[in-house]
Write a protein of this length. Structure first.
Length: 297
């Protein structure tokens, strides 16, 4: 009973960590939106100076009407997600003001205000600049995300890719026809795969550990990186329990993961051990593939 509760709790934590990536993505989009909105506040502050200049009284508010951001703000899925995660960057107005002032001081922003260009595609260039050169270079912003998301250092690249894809894919002037970037193309199916892989790997942990140990007898256990062991267990689990996934797809996927998350030498080490274990599975006729899983090329 305790094991079942622990598994359920661990699975819940895993799915929450995946949802955190999506929340991170929504918060980043909302931050981009708030920065453009600050244009109006800045205009009011400039007009209320003791000695406003002509420019202060008639500031260029092109960013406020940025076409990409306007479409994003009107997108029902974005609005729903902002409400779901209770995103509110305005809780700290000085935070947004600091970012906006950094942007305002750049030659790229000045060029944007004066270029006279219109259209969705043109509107995206300044948003890309704000995202890549202002937001992702700001230590205060990074700290804010690190404080909220424990896996920021690992998940930030996924979030960045999702934001970039969203900017690229918003091309329709009808906000209902533009789609946010999902965690995966078919999350209903993929989430089940994630849960099953997690559950099967934990359930057979001792068995997979023994299989690895049999093929690493010449290695001292402390010399094998923990991440390497985890990746090999997951790979063995996928080989043995997911018959429709081709063998080479599995092997290549975990080799790629080792490049991102383990040591420089992990790739060749994991490849060698998995190759031997794969041979064992074939010799003992315990590797059963069906459908596309039969394709190894």
């Amino acid at each position: 009973m305790t094991d079942k509760r622990d598994l359920a709790s661990s699975k819940k934590a895993l799915m929450k960590s995946i949802d955190d990536v999506y929340e991170m993505y929504i918060r980043m989009l909302a931050l981009l939106s708030e920065i453009t909105e600050y244009t109006a506040i800045d205009a009011i502050e400039r007009a209320n100076k003791h000695f406003p200049t002509a420019e202060d009284l008639n500031p260029n508010q092109k960013l406020l009407n940025n076409e990409f951001i306007v479409l994003l703000q009107k997108n029902p899925d974005f609005q729903a997600a902002v409400n779901k995660y209770q995103v509110n960057w305005n809780a700290d107005p000085e935070f947004i003001k600091t970012i906006y002032n950094k942007l305002k001081a750049t030659p790229e922003y000045t060029a944007y205000l004066n270029d006279g260009l219109e259209g969705i595609e043109n509107s995206k260039e300044i948003i890309k600049f704000i995202f890549r050169k202002i937001i992702l270079k700001s230590q205060n912003i990074i700290q804010a995300f690190e404080d909220k998301f424990i896996n920021w250092s690992v998940d930030k690249e996924v979030m960045q890719g999702m934001v970039a894809k969203t900017i690229k894919n918003f091309v329709n002037e009808d906000p209902f026809k533009n789609k946010l970037t999902p965690i995966s193309a078919d999350w209903a199916e993929d989430s089940k795969f994630v849960e099953d892989l997690f559950a099967y790997t934990l359930k057979n942990d001792a068995k997979y550990q023994e299989m690895i140990a049999d093929r690493t007898k010449n290695w001292e256990s402390e010399r094998i990186a923990l991440m390497d062991t985890i990746l090999m267990k997951m790979a063995i689990c996928e080989l043995m329990n997911f018959p429709s996934i081709p063998v080479k797809v599995t092997i290549n996927e975990y080799l790629d993961l080792s490049k991102d998350y383990s040591t420089p030498k992990s790739n060749s080490f994991i490849n060698g051990i998995l190759d031997k274990i794969l041979g064992d599975l074939k010799r003992t006729d315990t590797l059963h593939k069906t459908g596309r899983g039969l394709i190894e090329e």
